[in-house]
Design a protein around this ligand. Structure first.
Ligand code: CU
Length: 174
């Protein structure tokens, strides 16, 4: 919602700036009128400055008052199967790769070298869950498979020449 609002606000401001720019360019060749325009703009500038302060002050108040934003944890369930995942150039070390349908899983993901992206894909290449794999840090993602099948773990962040070879496999059975 904030993004949509920011997008429309940007469009309006950019249009406004373009219009002002074109107006100024068109008026610059009329020297005689310059002095009066200068006077008018001086007053306008003060009003504009105060208006900007009010507008941005209000916008800042309403957009930042929710900080810090809540971080919902998706798919968290009680007593999940805990899986340690280690991303390395170029592959995945996983403590477990076979699961049951309906079994809540907690993936604890880290990296031994550079930043990678941990993404779980189904057979149609739909992204089901993802997080970053970062060195010296553990990111947790919860997921419960609802259908049996073979799933792929792909690296979602370019991490070197063989980035595309970082393919892991998860097998889910009933
Ligand atoms: Cu990678």
């Amino acid at each position: 919602m904030y993004q949509t609002a920011a997008w429309y606000l940007s469009i309006i401001l950019m249009t406004l700036i373009t219009v002002i720019f074109i107006t100024v360019v068109l008026k610059t060749n009329r020297r005689r009128e310059y002095e009066s325009i200068q006077k008018k703009w001086y007053r306008f500038r003060t009003i504009y400055f105060i208006a900007l302060l009010v507008v941005f002050g209000t916008a800042t108040y309403f957009t930042l008052q929710d900080l810090p934003f809540e971080r919902p944890v998706y798919g968290q369930a009680e007593n999940p199967v805990v899986v340690d995942v280690e991303a390395i150039q170029f592959g995945w070390n996983m403590s477990q790769t076979e699961f049951k349908v309906g079994e809540p899983i907690e993936f604890d993901i880290t990296s031994t070298d550079v930043n990678h992206g941990f993404g779980i894909y189904d057979k149609d290449m739909n992204l089901l869950a993802q997080t970053q794999a970062m060195p010296e840090y553990t990111n947790t993602v919860y997921y419960t498979f609802t259908e049996p099948g073979t799933y792929q773990i792909l690296c979602m962040e370019y991490c070197g020449l063989s980035h595309h070879l970082m393919i892991g496999e998860i097998v889910v059975t009933n």
